[in-house]
Design a protein around this ligand. Structure first.
Ligand code: ATP
Ligand code: LTN
Length: 329
């Protein structure tokens, strides 16, 4: 079975963007692949985190994956926490020593995040090397993500190719798996930007854990435009196109069907339709979430994931260690 691998940072509560770009793809493909789904807590500390909140976000993320339909009982599903597997950091260091600094500072995400603060950590620079280690340790074939992570997966591909050329065939070259609809859900208040879980504007992102009232309020106050026409045109009508995209992701219909359903009507009706679709999907997810938290199963799931991921990663790391000449023969 080929492998799928992805992670969603526990840097806050998960958003409908994280659902569209990451979780829903895992749910759709989990029966066809061996799946490695992990919480990249080491990535989260590239920007400051409150330790208590970080612990909580990690567990809540696992419960939310399962509530959204990730099936921990599948034999080929492995759910784990990045920091519980020390091989990620070890391989990341080796990758840092094989990556030109300029390749890292050229990354879109680095540029965007480093611009938000007066100073930034070295971890924010080397973040894609850690992400490459996350992926390449497991010979993943596909990496399901939103469009924002495509560049990082490309860096991982390049590292794999360069490493293989220099040291012999060690890594499988992974491919990004980007959804055709929902690869970039936009910020509701600033549709030029992607929706993000660590936003500071409380109206910008819909969280999977929001109440029905919050969801409706945020969607009804989404920024659109003033021409009053409902059509899909991401460049000229990003706000309206975003609403159509969210409708499509949450109702399961195509963009064309979404346009056909709402065209000719007002933006108010479109927003109400989008809010209904999101509420209809998320209310049962939230009920399931509470059940998962109460079930007390999360530790057992994570123990299995830690054991399994460490076993696979240890084998790959041993190959790398020998190849680069570390330690004793
Ligand atoms: P942060 O605000 O902390 O950077 P984030 O909301 O951008 O977080 P990540 O943890 O970086 O989320 O991303 C987890 C997964 O969700 C990745 O696969 C990413 O591509 C995807 N994703 C994030 N935001 C969106 C979005 N707005 N639309 C589609 N996919 C998204
Ligand atoms: N960088 C990703 C999270 C992430 C990831 C990964 C995704 C860390 N390691 C490996 C896919 C594969 C993000 O910020 N969304």
């Amino acid at each position: 079975m080929d492998r799928l691998l992805t992670g969603l940072q526990p840097s806050g509560a998960l958003t409908i963007g994280n659902y569209a770009g990451g979780i829903s793809q895992i749910v759709n493909y989990q029966k066809d692949y061996e799946t490695f789904l992990f919480v990249p807590d080491m990535h989260a500390i590239t920007v400051p985190q409150d330790p208590e909140a970080l612990h909580r976000n990690i567990i809540n993320a696992i419960a939310m994956y399962i509530a959204c339909g990730v099936d921990p009982d599948l034999e080929n599903m492995h759910i784990y926490i990045q920091s519980e597997n020390l091989y990620h950091a070890n391989l990341s260091w080796i990758f840092e020593c094989h990556t030109p600094h300029g390749d890292l500072t050229r990354m879109h995400q680095f540029k965007a995040k480093s611009a938000l603060h007066e100073t930034f950590t070295e971890g924010l620079v080397t973040y894609p090397d850690l992400m490459a280690a996350d992926i390449l340790l497991y010979d993943a074939k596909y990496v399901p993500t939103g469009i924002d992570q495509k560049q990082h997966v490309e860096l991982a591909r390049n590292l794999a190719i360069r490493f293989n050329n220099r040291y012999g065939e060690i890594f499988r070259v992974p491919e990004p798996m980007i959804p055709t609809i929902g690869a970039k859900i936009r910020d509701l208040q600033n549709p030029e930007q992607k929706m993000s879980k660590s936003t500071t504007n409380p109206k910008a992102s819909v969280f999977l854990s929001d109440t029905e009232k919050q969801i409706r309020k945020k969607i009804m106050s989404a920024v659109t435009d003033s021409d009053g026409v409902i059509k899909f045109d991401e460049e000229n009508k990003p706000g309206v196109s975003n609403l159509l995209t969210i409708y499509s992701v949450f109702s399961g219909c195509s963009i064309e069907d979404a346009v056909a359903k709402f065209e000719g009507g007002g933006y108010g009706d479109l927003k109400k339709g989008v809010a209904d679709a999101v509420v209809e999907k998320l209310m049962p997810v939230q009920e399931e979430y509470n059940k998962v938290i109460e079930s007390g199963r999360i530790n057992e799931i994570l123990d299995e994931g830690r054991e399994f991921s460490n076993k696979i990663a240890a084998e790959k790391y041993e190959q790398v260690r020998k190849a680069v000449g570390f330690g004793r023969i």
